[in-house]
Design a binder for this molecule. Structure first.
Ligand SMILES: *[C@@H]1O[C@H](CO)[C@@H](O)[C@H](O)[C@H]1NC(C)=O
Ligand SMILES: *[C@@H]1O[C@H](CO)[C@@H](O)[C@H](O)[C@H]1NC(C)=O
Ligand SMILES: *[C@@H]1O[C@H](CO)[C@@H](O)[C@H](O)[C@H]1NC(C)=O
Ligand SMILES: *[C@@H]1O[C@H](CO)[C@@H](O)[C@H](O)[C@H]1NC(C)=O
Ligand SMILES: *[C@@H]1O[C@H](CO)[C@@H](O)[C@H](O)[C@H]1NC(C)=O
Length: 950
């Protein structure tokens, strides 16, 4: 509580030459001052606060301020307390971040009756303010104050309550403090003096009288016990003070005390170890003085030590040593080099910070922190910054009304574009320092390095975090790949159809179906499973035929499924493996119209089912009455399709590629189609926002690194950069699992540092522009986003990388563990580097052995086989109206004299049923259970014939 004197100052006057009274240095000896802030003097009041807050506690009377921002500015710049009126108090009390200790309720006793009435009613509803700090401004002397306190039932005030009272004469003040020592006096600097000789002159009040009013001296000696401390509050010794010595100390601004033997004692007068006075204060019950001083020379104690309790230690000692060395370190010594070479000291700080981050045990952390503090303090002392400055800065930060979160930089706390933030930061303190660190690392740069010329700041990935308020949409937008770039007539007819379906969804699909299929009665563009029995009413023969083909196709394709992953050790310690995953959502286009093509549905649907695709979507144009051929519905049912899109042509492709309100968006579209279907597939597969495939397109290289706390920041950075150097359109993504600010920073620092060492730094800079870091809390989340992104290269720099493989759903190639850089896959491990980019890892494999072989299928049917399968072939050929196909089977059955042509119960029994045989005749057609997938008639039978005709 200082000395119970709050010196009212006018910044303008006290910084100029005030004709009478105290100057600012003198006021600061008393510890605190009060400034009246008004809208007119606000800027200069704020400047005064900013530049002097470390010297003394500055309080503001803000009753005239109207702007909330002004009030908050004062608080945030270190104002000690604000003197406020009722209204301001109510408003500020609502702010949870404003400590009520920093508010003083100010009562102006101009109209005592009204004012007291107001105060009473205020206190009735705000009882907590009964015991908080009040300030009285009266104009008729301050006997009033006691009366008012009594009237309010608050006399004497509680002992932790300070009542500030503005006074204009010494007598007034002395009385007030005798009545109640907890009072504090507000008195103008112009009315005070430290000069005893001026006592009695004019109206000046000797400050020492007010300082000692209400204080309790030692009973025996009549002196005041005095603790002497240094700037940081470290005790130097215990001495005595008298009124005379205090007056002398204030007047001379030095450590002056009262020796019981020798009288007035000017500390250091004989030894030279003098003291500069910083401030004086009383303790809580006003019976012990505190002198805060700056000790010069050897120290305070007559034995030559810093304090009377021995030598200094810890940070104080380190600071003392560094201050001494700064003056007289031997040339060429390490400390001298540190002081002389800012690059060296900055590099050491970084190195020690890294080591502190990596430390685990208590001792290691203490040891690394000590090293870091050593170099940090060296940097400070070299720049003339002391521990006191640092501590005052800490105090200032603690006074901020809205504090920055300690664990994150502002771009994570505030919803601002991360880029802007990082730029403003690199323009600030960090940028230049990092440049220096880079150079201090003394790694030779390539001669052609253009970084020096074009460097505009840090090379760093934009940061996002799932633990902050980033929505999935924001993250998905952040993960967008940088934008990439036929029969043009057909394309131009198809483009508007795709655009319409994208824009209007179901209604556009329906509209085109009404137009092209003439199915005007159709109300919904999609049929959802389970499909009604009524729509798959087929002759039993047809069902059996489908059953047989289904079983055979399933058998064959199931056998193609390799159950065990291929694992090959190509070199000792270099293991490559191949494993497969089904594409989750597939859209199977089955041409319709006049022809019925159950074979296409089987050939597409059964492998999809065998592969284990989760969502199978069929699309087929409906007939004019709005129905589908029942064969297709039945097959869709058998393969477990989720839905059938009742549309054909470009509109069906677009609907499956983008999804609509009711149609599922798929990852890959398969199936034959006419030129419109083909054009639509090319267009949607070229549209990266559709993220749907038909064929493997090539795109810019990319890598996604998942790193946890075990990852080496330098490795992580090197992997990110190895893809970033491919081209400015490359993209690299870091998913950081539970990394704290320091760990993220370590990676960013490495990226920045290593990037500058690369000859292709400008390409890297371009790639990094659209590259991101996403912070997530868990491995599961990391995998979720990695699978969402579907990277070409996925690098797992995590604790147990191999255990994560089962949850890798989408990736071109996986690099397991910190020792496996992506480049090993590019050149030497054995896996192929032709991999799906641009998110096509969702539906494509990288180039593998299968891509370089073709599959030849052969069929051999025996006499017995003709009996087994003949019926099904003929029945399906009949369905499709391809008579020559049917005849080719029939002619053989006739030859064998198979007259009972019942469909066998299953493929292995030869029992047939009666079935009339049509006349023999045609020859030469191949006998296969596998009709061609795309028939010659498809382009006429498909949905979108209208545009070309037009
Ligand atoms: C106090 O603030 C003023 C500006 O308002 C400045 O000129 C002066 O140097 C400051 N004094 C100290 C000791 O910082
Ligand atoms: C500091 O560096 C300057 C040259 O930059 C040199 O002249 C001086 O001797 C150095 N001082 C010490 C203490 O090493
Ligand atoms: C066709 O196969 C299904 C099983 O998928 C079976 O329930 C049904 O009875 C079979 N129908 C005929 C006629 O074989
Ligand atoms: C698809 O994109 C490639 C380049 O990425 C381009 O060459 C091709 O013309 C595009 N095709 C269509 C149909 O837009
Ligand atoms: C990798 O793929 C490329 C085509 O991009 C091919 O030329 C090469 O032979 C493949 N290498 C291996 C080992 O499969």
């Amino acid at each position: 509580m200082g000395v119970g004197l709050l010196v009212y100052v006018d910044p303008g006057e006290i910084l100029g030459s005030q004709p009478t009274g105290l100057n600012l240095d003198q006021v600061s000896y008393l510890g605190q001052c009060l400034v009246e802030a008004t809208p007119d003097n606000f800027e200069s009041s704020l400047a005064f606060l900013r530049q002097n807050f470390s010297k003394l506690a500055i309080n503001f009377d803000v009753r005239q301020l109207r702007s909330w921002d002004h009030v908050v500015d004062l608080l945030n710049n270190g104002a000690s307390k604000l003197f406020v009126n009722f209204e301001q108090l109510k408003a500020l009390s609502q702010e949870p971040t404003i400590s009520q200790d920093r508010l003083v309720l100010t009562i102006s006793l101009v109209n005592p009756k009204t004012d007291i009435g107001k105060l009473k009613s205020f206190l009735e509803t705000n009882t907590e303010w009964m015991t908080r700090e009040w300030a009285f401004y009266g104009d008729k002397g301050n006997e009033q104050v006691d009366e008012v306190l009594k009237e309010l039932g608050n006399y004497p005030p509680s002992h932790d309550q300070t009542i500030f009272v503005r006074i204009t004469s010494e007598g007034e003040g002395r009385n007030l403090l005798h009545e109640y020592p907890g009072n504090a006096l507000i008195v103008s600097s112009k009315l005070l003096t430290f000069d005893q000789s001026k006592e009695g002159h004019e109206k000046l009040i000797p400050a020492v009288d007010l300082v000692l009013a209400g204080a309790t001296p030692d009973r025996k000696t009549g002196l005041y016990a005095t603790t002497v401390v240094d700037e940081r509050g470290v005790a130097l010794g215990l001495v005595w003070s008298s009124k005379e010595s205090i007056a002398e100390a204030l007047k001379t601004g030095a450590g002056v005390y009262q020796s019981r033997k020798r009288g007035l004692w000017h500390k250091g007068a004989s030894s030279g170890d003098t003291q500069e006075l910083i401030s004086i204060a009383f303790d809580c019950d006003k019976d012990c003085l505190l002198f805060k001083v700056h000790q010069k020379g050897k120290g305070f104690c007559h034995l030559g030590t810093t304090s009377c309790w021995g030598k200094s230690s810890g940070l104080s000692k380190l600071q003392r040593t560094l201050l001494d060395r700064k003056v007289d370190a031997p040339e060429g010594s390490y400390t001298a080099r540190l002081f002389n070479d800012s690059k060296l000291v900055n590099a050491k700080i970084k190195e020690e910070a890294d080591e502190l981050c990596a430390a685990n045990t208590k001792e290691d952390i203490a040891s690394e922190a000590a090293d870091l503090l050593y170099f940090a303090l060296t940097r400070c002392i070299a720049a003339g910054v002391t521990l006191e400055d640092i501590e005052k800065n800490l105090d200032l930060k603690s006074l901020k009304v809205k504090r920055r979160k300690g664990d994150a930089k502002p771009q994570y706390v505030e919803d601002k574009p991360p880029k802007e933030q990082s730029q403003s930061e690199s323009n600030g303190v960090n940028g230049p320092q990092d440049e220096e660190v880079k150079e201090a690392a003394s790694v030779p740069k390539a001669p052609s390095d253009p970084a020096g010329k074009t460097s505009s700041g840090r090379i760093e990935l934009k940061r996002y975090s799932t633990t902050q308020a980033f929505s999935d949409d924001v993250l998905k937008a952040a993960l967008q790949r940088p934008s990439q770039k036929s029969n043009e007539k057909i394309m131009s007819l198809v483009r508007p159809i795709i655009a319409d379906v994208r824009a209007d969804g179901d209604s556009a699909v329906l509209q085109y179906t009404h137009k092209f299929e003439k199915a005007t009665s159709l109300k919904s563009p999609v049929l959802k499973a389970p499909f009604p029995e009524s729509l798959m009413q087929l002759p039993e023969e047809t069902i059996k035929a489908i059953n047989i083909s289904y079983d055979n196709i399933l058998k064959f394709h199931s056998a193609q499924k390799s159950s065990a992953p291929l694992v090959v050790e190509t070199m000792p310690g270099v293991t490559c493996s191949r494993f497969s995953r089904p594409i989750e959502k597939v859209g199977l286009y089955i041409p319709g119209g006049t022809a019925v093509l159950p074979s296409t549905a089987l050939m597409l649907g059964v492998p999809a089912m065998a592969a284990g695709c989760k969502d199978i979507v069929f699309a087929s144009p409906p007939r004019a009455d709005g129905t589908l051929t029942p064969e297709i519905v039945y097959i869709a049912h058998k393969v477990g399709a989720r839905e059938i899109v009742l549309a054909g042509g470009a509109q069906a492709v677009a609907a499956m590629a983008y999804g609509t309100e009711s149609i599922t968006k798929v990852d890959k579209i398969l199936g034959p189609g006419n030129q419109f279907v083909t054009a639509a597939k090319m267009l949607v597969s070229n549209d990266t926002s559709a993220a749907v495939s038909i064929d493997m397109p090539a795109g810019p290289s990319e890598v996604l690194v998942i790193a946890d706390k075990t990852a080496d920041p330098a490795f992580v950075a090197s992997d990110l950069l190895s893809q970033a150097e491919h081209g400015t359109d490359s993209q690299v993504v870091l998913i950081a699992i539970d990394l704290d600010e320091k760990e993220l920073q370590a990676i960013e620092d490495e990226v920045h540092k290593q990037a500058h060492e690369l000859p292709r730094v400008d390409i890297v800079r371009g790639a990094i522009e659209h590259s991101v870091t996403i912070s997530v809390a868990t491995l599961e989340e990391a995998m979720k986003w990695s699978n969402y992104y579907a990277p070409e290269h996925l690098i797992l720099q995590i604790a147990e990388p191999r255990s994560v493989l089962p949850s890798v759903q989408n990736a071109g190639s996986v690099f397991i563990g910190g020792w496996t850089p992506e480049s090993v896959g590019d050149y030497s491990a054995g896996v192929n580097h032709s991999l799906p980019t641009y998110g096509y890892a969702r539906q494509y494999s990288g180039v593998n052995l299968g891509s370089f072989t073709k599959s030849i299928t052969s069929s051999e049917v025996t006499e017995q086989g003709v009996g087994e399968v003949g019926y099904a072939v003929m029945e399906l050929a009949r369905c499709e109206g391809l008579d020559a196909h049917r005849r080719a089977m029939e002619i053989r059955m006739e030859k064998l004299g198979i007259v009972e042509r019942k469909v066998p119960a299953n493929g292995n029994t030869a029992v047939g049923k009666d079935e009339p045989v049509t006349a023999a005749g045609e020859q030469g057609a191949e006998a296969t259970i596998q009709p061609t997938k795309s028939t010659p008639s498809e382009s006429q039978t498909d949905g979108v014939e209208a545009p070309t005709a037009a």
